[in-house]
Write a protein that binds this ligand. Structure first.
Ligand code: RIB
Length: 308
């Protein structure tokens, strides 16, 4: 199997659950509070590793208890932490997640994630290039991504970018990305466009995959727009569902699955991940996803995915 490197963010997630979000100037009583490991990079690494991929993590945490917890958790998840950067100059990234009616709103304070900078990646470049498939998100400095992508492209690596939080990406970087996975709210900002989803998809055949929540994923195969439907379950907490999709998609690509099959694999993993609270708690293992894939293939080859 091909080796995956996640070059991305790590956060401690602070969750607050409430019946409704407060209005400006209002105080309300929430229902519960809990903490869990998160960050889009960390979530994608855990998702891919739990599904059997060989994953290394390149990223930064603070020299604090949260940073130690990250290293322990990654090791338990069989993620290679040899290159994890511990900095004295910032706290481990933090995210404040407000959950109401299984929907969420997130504020991220990057902290140590800003130290996943060009100095750090230059120091580890030789080790980075030992991997085959790369996953990026946009919670680390854009200059790191703009520095690495041309090098990875020149070395014929597979580059997956989950452009969240949404930021505009330069055209010369966009064209070097193998797979780009914005959601329906992000693609216009990321691609610097105001067109429809269909117009955007047709410009990036077999490269742009727009994720669309419970509607599934769309991409253009060069001839037509392909809609890969979502697998739906009752959601408890959707935090990290997009990350689970990306990690699972990368694991399937590492396993040499085709594009539609990899998207379907990602959709099933993402759906299963929303059954539990927190970004990583509900992420499935390989057996759970494979069982549903097999059922789907034997029951309905036209795209309907059984829900039990
Ligand atoms: O995508 C979910 C993640 O976004 C959370 O884990 C939080 O840390 C933010 O990065």
């Amino acid at each position: 199997m091909k080796k995956i490197a996640v070059i991305g963010s790590i956060n401690s997630d602070f969750f607050v659950e409430m019946d409704r979000l407060p209005k400006s100037g209002e105080t309300i009583l929430g229902n519960s509070f809990f903490m869990a490991l998160g960050g889009k990079g960390a979530n994608q690494a855990v998702a891919a590793s739990r599904l059997g991929a060989e994953v290394s993590f390149f990223g930064s945490v603070g020299n604090d208890d949260h940073g130690k917890f990250v290293k322990e958790t990654f090791s338990q998840e069989k993620i290679d932490t040899s290159y994890l950067n511990f900095t004295d100059d910032a706290h481990t990234g933090a995210a404040f997640v407000e959950i109401s009616n299984s929907e969420n709103r997130i504020i991220v304070i990057p902290g140590a994630n800003n130290f996943t900078n060009t100095v750090y990646v230059k120091e580890h470049l030789e080790r980075i290039l030992e991997h085959d498939i790369f996953i990026f998100q946009l919670e680390i400095p854009m200059e790191t991504i703009e520095y690495l992508i041309p090098i990875l492209h020149a070395n014929n690596k597979t580059i997956i970018v989950n452009p969240a939080p949404a930021l505009s990406i330069k055209q010369e970087i966009l064209e070097k990305i193998t797979y780009l996975t914005p959601n329906e709210h992000e693609y216009q900002v990321v691609l610097n466009q105001s067109g429809t989803m269909e117009e955007a998809l047709s410009l990036y055949p077999n490269q742009l995959m727009i994720t669309w929540g419970h509607n599934g994923v769309k991409f253009f195969d060069g001839n037509q727009i392909i809609h890969v439907p979502a697998h739906t379950v009752n959601a408890v907490d959707t935090t990290g569902a997009g990350d689970t999709f990306c990690g699972a998609f990368a694991a399937a690509i590492a396993d040499e699955k085709g594009l539609s099959e990899s998207i379907r694999f990602g959709n099933i993993a993402a759906a299963l991940s929303v059954r539990k609270r927190g970004a990583q708690a509900g992420m499935p293992n390989r057996q759970e996803v494979d069982q549903i894939m097999t059922k789907e293939l034997s029951h309905d080859r036209k795209g309907h995915i059984p829900t039990n």
